[in-house]
Design a binder for this molecule. Structure first.
Ligand SMILES: Nc1ncnc2c1ncn2[C@@H]1O[C@H](COP(=O)(O)OP(=O)(O)OP(=O)(O)O)[C@@H](O)[C@H]1O
Ligand SMILES: [Mg+2]
Length: 405
């Protein structure tokens, strides 16, 4: 049986299925992979290098990814129970139903997948699942599961009802993934002993458990894996009002006095992401301690964030450089990604992966088949006046300029 063969080869250390290999297969940018590996004690991040030094600080500040020294601070600020978890109303309600019905039936709940951008609370929710169930929690990550044996070692020692959290589950190696299918469905793994035609698979019962997977890239999950989750929590970016509540809570925990209007000022610059909100709060607190005896006001928060070059909409230096070049040098586009990247002195990948998603989400930039295009909002954001034909030409192309937009 192919399952057995695969498991057997993987246990023998088949090299072909490493997470890195699969990433390459999916065309996943390696820079991201390297950055995220740092969370698990992997190689040092290369973000500063990536930015050529300039602008590195600002980028760190509004990056949704976890910084190296932030693990402990984040742990302290993490909500521990569902009732403390702010925002994501739909996900919270869905999840509480799943958990409560499991508790009533006294059975482990269905496997849960958390999907969403970095810093939105996937790890936090995974921990909450275990806490709400009163179950022990085991934590691992996709990149750590290179061989099926790595996974077998964990699965075979799970206690009944335990929650297994696999972060970055899309980066798991294929042999481990296949072992996981069987474990999720039948609570069984096949341990393969021996090699070649003489290999024998010994089925091993494992205790019923709940898998909680987290991914920033649900699209990269193979369908058979995705289908084995009973519930997928799709996490959205947070509203400003929700981030204000996150900030109010965090400031209480940090012992910082944060007036509501200052919280609003920080929240609107936080890119819809609690991790960024908490990080900006710490920078504002530092600024207040040094410049204002620790007293935070709205104006002080704005001044602090301006100092760190995080503007009123959360754009940082690179974001503004991209927009600035697009508007000033290319009249709003369309312009190709690589031309744009050369003009701002960055790698195309940095522009594409780091700056563009947020600019697109803010409605400041559009990706079209003909190239990158600035929207009317982009001109307004930089305080510039678009040329009269800017939008007609972009939206309809030169062939069908019916009229101005
Ligand atoms: N709903 C929330 N309420 C309050 N704080 C939150 C919420 N969601 C996230 N946070 C805060 O944001 C920080 C980041 O959250 P978390 O680590 O769960 O994100 P993540 O989605 O797992 O990110 P990544 O994709 O990088 O792993 C946490 O330390 C937590 O304090
Ligand atoms: Mg996480």
């Amino acid at each position: 049986m192919s399952e057995w063969d695969d498991a057997g080869r993987s246990l023998a250390g088949e090299p072909g299925g490493s997470a890195r290999g699969r990433d390459a297969e999916h065309g996943r940018p390696d820079a991201l992979g390297r950055e995220r590996a740092a969370e698990y004690g992997g190689p040092e991040r290369e973000r500063d290098a990536e930015y050529g030094g300039a602008g590195g600080l600002e980028r760190e500040l509004v990056s949704a990814e976890l910084g190296g020294d932030e693990l402990q601070i984040e742990a302290a600020l993490r909500p521990k129970r569902l009732a403390e978890f702010i925002g994501q109303g739909r996900v919270r309600e869905q999840l509480s139903l799943v958990l409560e019905s499991a508790l009533r039936r006294q059975r482990p709940p269905d496997h849960v997948l958390m999907s969403g951008s970095p810093g939105l609370g996937k790890t936090t929710l995974a921990m909450i699942v275990a806490a709400e169930l009163g179950a022990p929690l085991r934590i691992t990550s996709g990149p750590a599961l290179e061989r099926a044996g790595d996974l077998a070692a964990i699965l075979s020692t799970l206690a009944e009802g335990e929650v297994l959290f696999v972060d970055e589950i899309h980066r798991m190696a294929r042999p481990a993934e296949e072992m996981l299918y069987l474990a999720m469905e039948d609570f069984r793994v096949d341990i393969v002993v021996g090699k070649g035609p003489g290999a024998t698979a010994i089925p091993l019962e494992i205790a019923p458990f709940t898998l909680v997977g987290a991914t920033t890239r649900a699209g990269l999950l193979p369908a058979p894996l995705r289908d084995r989750f009973g519930f997928t929590a799709h996490m959205d970016f947070y509203e400003v009002a929700e981030l204000e509540r996150v900030l109010a809570r965090s400031s209480r925990l940090l012992g910082v006095d944060l007036p509501g209007d200052a919280a609003h000022e920080i929240a609107r610059r936080s890119r819809g992401t609690p991790r960024i909100a908490n990080r900006l709060l710490r920078r504002v607190r530092d600024f207040a301690e040094v410049r204002a005896d620790g007293v935070i006001t709205r104006d002080l928060a704005a001044a602090a964030l301006n100092l760190y070059e995080v503007d009123a909409e959360g754009l940082d230096r690179l974001d503004r450089a991209v927009l600035g070049v697009l508007l000033r040098k290319f009249g709003g586009g369309p312009v190709g990604l690589s031309t744009l990247a050369v003009a701002v002195g960055e790698e195309p990948e940095t522009v594409e992966v780091v700056a563009e998603p947020f600019l697109v989400r803010q409605g400041l930039l559009a990706r079209t088949p003909r190239g990158r295009v600035a929207t009317a909002a982009a001109w307004a954001h930089l305080g510039l006046t678009p040329p009269p034909d800017a939008f007609g030409a972009v939206l309809f192309g030169p062939d069908d300029l019916g009229g101005p937009l």
